[in-house]
Design a protein around this ligand. Structure first.
Ligand code: SF4
Ligand code: SF4
Length: 411
């Protein structure tokens, strides 16, 4: 990557090696990455509290690779204290809180983040405890206002700590997607319902970024999640801490680390088009570890995620259906708990004989069921049997129930 005359770098992203979660090693990597991306500038902490927003998706322990590791949270809190932050708050809203109101509290405990925050003297907040505040949409009065956490809206500044993971809907969970957790409780489900296409959902995420304007993003990419992210994939050692102030540029770099073109990630492509950051790798100054050395060979992506994003416009419905994916439910893993049914934003699932049954016509492919299943019993299949046969998208032995509640295995 060269700084060509007339094409100056527009954004700066720092990459540091960090091979494991040993606390001193993490703190050194975070401290160096933050200093490098700020180029000697100090952070504008604003007035009042500094909100640190990790990824606290679900009640899962650090070794599962679902939530931001507590060692990264501790390191960032230490760096912020040194930068002059006096009132530190750590908060999030987990997935599925509209159905189980205590899930964020349980996630903060299980992930080790509550303990890390308390040790650093930070207040821990589950955003779902308060009613959201309605704020005007940054795209103008023609767009619906946003329902966001009061803590997030009223903070003096926001520091985001994403976990590098694949995402079945948006391909990547990074700087932009991490902010969806500032939508408290059941409003998340409603936003999925109102934004059934990946473009409209991505624009919603970008609305949140534009409104909350995080001052810094520090990504936990020490252990990432590949494959069926953001909760049912496998942990992949990447060994990096990535930091930057431009969320689109940070995500462009994360995409490149995963072996994906930034324009393939809808939030990155649309974020650049909306002027919210830089997605062109030739205009992003990568400092620290060179990007060529940070790329991870063979990083597995969600089944079908790339196929649908490469479709040319104007195809017939049948052709599109070949590339469309849908959830399927894995026999032997499903406990019949019904969480997927309750969290589906468009009521495309019902529990018949203790087994989820999918209405493929209603399904919008948001994959909330896949993301929130506590037993990782939701698999991803192509909607069309021909594509399933040719591409074999996922492992496991999925079934779907018939109307009579019988289980029929699919191959
Ligand atoms: S698929 Fe998962 S969430 Fe749905 S009923 Fe089965 S175990 Fe529960
Ligand atoms: S069935 Fe799953 S993927 Fe389909 S709309 Fe419901 S939650 Fe989303």
């Amino acid at each position: 990557m060269k700084d060509e005359p007339g094409r100056p770098f527009r954004s700066r992203v720092a990459i540091q090696r960090c091979e494991d979660y040993e606390p001193e090693r993490v703190e050194e990597a975070v401290r160096t990455a933050v200093a490098l991306c700020l180029e000697g500038r100090s952070l504008d902490l604003g007035e009042g509290s500094v909100l640190v927003k990790p990824n606290v998706l679900a009640p899962r322990p650090p070794e599962d690779g679902v939530c931001t590791h507590p060692a990264v949270v501790s390191a960032v809190l230490a760096v912020l204290r040194e930068a002059g932050a006096t009132e530190l708050v750590v908060g999030d809203s987990s997935g599925g809180t509209g159905v189980r109101p205590d899930v964020t509290d349980r996630s903060l405990e299980a992930s080790g983040i509550a303990e890390a925050a308390a040790s650093a003297g930070a207040r821990v907040v589950a955003f779902d405890r308060e009613e959201p505040v309605l704020v005007p949409n940054p795209r103008g009065p023609g767009e619906a206002p946003l329902a966001l956490s009061r803590v997030a809206v009223e903070a003096g500044c926001l520091v985001s700590l994403p976990k590098l993971k694949t995402h079945t809907l948006t391909l990547l969970t990074g700087a932009v997607k991490n902010l969806f957790g500032t939508v408290p409780g059941g409003a998340k489900r409603e936003y999925h319902r109102r934004n059934p296409s990946v473009e409209s959902f991505s624009n919603l995420l970008l609305d949140i970024v534009e409104l909350l304007k995080p001052v810094l993003h520090v990504v936990d990419a020490v252990e990432a999640m590949q494959g069926s992210g953001p909760s049912a994939g496998s942990v992949r050692r990447v060994g990096l801490i990535v930091a930057g102030t431009d969320p689109v540029a940070v995500d462009a770099v994360l995409a490149a680390v995963m072996g994906v073109g930034p324009a393939e990630v809808p939030t990155t492509r649309l974020g650049a088009a909306r002027g919210l950051g830089e997605a062109d790798l030739d205009r992003i100054e990568v400092v620290g570890v060179p990007l060529s050395e940070a790329r991870v060979p063979g990083f597995r992506l969600p089944p079908g995620a790339r196929l649908i994003s490469h479709l040319p416009p104007g195809l017939t419905r049948w052709a599109v259906s070949l590339a469309t994916t849908r959830p399927a439910f894995i026999a032997g893993r499903c406990t019949g708990c019904g969480q997927c049914v309750k969290n589906c934003p468009v009521d495309a699932l019902s529990l018949t004989g203790g087994v989820p049954e999918l209405s493929s016509e209603k399904c919008i492919g948001c994959f909330c069921c896949h993301e929130l299943c506590p037993s990782q019993a939701v698999s991803i299949r192509y909607r069309h049997p021909l594509t399933n046969l040719l591409l074999r998208p996922d492992r496991g032995a999925p079934f779907r129930s018939t109307g009579a509640g019988r289980r029929r295995r699919r191959t």
